[in-house]
Design a protein. Structure first.
Length: 171
């Protein structure tokens, strides 16, 4: 689901995988009481997270794929994501992403079938986004993470019932 590296062909930004983690206790992978309650209610079985850093080392973030029992449960859980309820940033053992979660980030949520996809993006230097352009940069990073990782595999699963082949996901 999470290739070691990929490049978004539209904006030519590259991304490098720096850490992954599978949590079978879903509450360990998210922050916020409303989201924890929604995952429990939705019978969450696991959360797979990965963190990436942009090729220019300016933006880093975490993407999480939450496995819930139904599409409605995924949609309902996504509705509570916001300032107090989001994916827990996943740090790396070394490098710039070791400080992931120390800055202010942009959080987003979307669902694909019974999966909830959550993202957290922040600037490597820890500065808060203070302009619309900076917000847009972080949102683009999140969108690219989803498009280059989880969206490929989950779309394949929805069509065929099986994971995408490695050659189809590594771009």
């Amino acid at each position: 689901m999470f290739p070691p590296a990929f490049t978004n062909e539209t904006d030519k930004i590259s991304y490098q995988l720096v850490s992954t983690k599978l949590d079978k206790t879903c509450s360990n992978a998210v922050i916020g009481p409303s989201l924890i309650a929604a995952l429990k209610s939705g019978k969450c079985t696991q959360v797979l997270r990965a963190s990436y850093v942009s090729g220019d080392n300016k933006i880093m973030g975490t993407i999480g794929v939450v496995n819930l029992s139904t599409t409605n449960e995924a949609h309902d859980a996504g509705k509570v994501v916001g300032q107090n309820d989001f994916i827990a940033p996943l740090t790396s053992a070394k490098g710039v992403a070791s400080k992931l979660g120390n800055g202010t980030g942009v959080v987003e949520a979307e669902f694909k079938g019974h999966y909830l996809i959550l993202t957290w993006s922040e600037f490597v230097n820890g500065t808060d986004p203070s302009t619309t352009a900076e917000d847009n940069q972080l949102e683009q990073f999140s969108n690219d993470l989803v498009a280059g990782t989880a969206n490929v595999d989950l779309s394949q699963r929805m069509v065929t019932g099986a994971a995408a082949t490695p050659s189809a996901t590594a771009k």
